[in-house]
Design a binder for this molecule. Sequence first.
Ligand code: NDP
Length: 328
Amino acid sequence: SPRTAKATAKAIVAAAPGGPEVLQLQDVEIPSPGPGQLLVKVAAAGVNFIETYERSGTYKVSFPFTPGSEAAGTVAAVGEGVTGVAAGDRVAFCEGAGTYGQYALVRAEAALPVPDGVGFEAAAALPLQGMTAHYLVNSSFKAGPEHTVLTHAGAGGVGLLLTQLLKAKGARVITTVSSDEKEALARSAGADEVLRYEGFPEKVRGLTNGTGVDVVYDGVGKDTFDGSLASLRKRGMLVLFGGASGQVPPFDLQRLNAGGSLFVTRPKLADHLLTPEERQWRSREIFDAVLAGRLDVRIGGTYPLAEAARAHEDLQARRTTGKVLLVP
Ligand code: NDP
């Protein structure tokens, strides 16, 4: 092969699955955008819980691995056949690859234009958790003023957005958190009732005249799943969307019968961004709400790229609130 010197940039690379310490800053070749792709110079990258599952080997990815699917930045180059997006455009996305770095690739059709008036940090904080909160309340279980809802981790990245979207729809929101600081944040997002995890199903019964809630949006998983089921009204729905405490083990369907003709669904974001129209609907509603001052994006932690390992440690140790970002 010809010995042309390729341009390099910094990126986080994990050589093999493991703890946060496998996330190492390295010099890597800047990738070239393939057909239909954009090369984006990353201004800020979103850190999401899924990257801890990938890094640790819970979700299968191939190594060496550069984590990250979410970022905001400036288009540096466009691949063959790309129309409607040009070098210099400001974009944000959550369907990219390798965003824990100075440069990342994304399919052009998945790039969301960043509106004037939205900074790169807010733009990087929104796509993944914002569109997740959007599909949970609009598609998994369509919440409205007639519903009482339970969510967990109410001061987390998804949690703070979820509560605000639910309140905008008029639902009554009960949420759980693990500390006083998180309780104050959850309340400022509009939660009606903020509980600690211990004994939450009984507390939820107490707050609903013994009936239980219409729906639980549960991203904590293993530690809360049984309690979430026990918090539902008859014919209620458990929307299990994550496993911050660990994945839920195999489940006996007969428990849905015993619990009162319950429903369980286990959704993911990719299945709710199936067409350009669907992506546009969700992203527009989220960005518009931020621009109109109806949705507050809390950035709880901004870490230098080199400290990606510390960002993962803090996220997994429940030390973060709101959105966690990496800045190259
Ligand atoms: P968060 O900011 O919510 O961080 C996780 C929070 O979970 C912690 O801060 C903590 O809040 C709570 N938690 C409870 N038990 C544990 C535990 N044992 N270990 C660690 N955290 C715990 O993260 P994200 O907003 O990024 O993600 C929230 C969940 O949503 C994750 O499970 C994630 O995988 C999922 N998700 C799913 C998507 C989908 O489409 N299915 C898309 C996006 C996210 P506290 O201290 O208050 O308990």
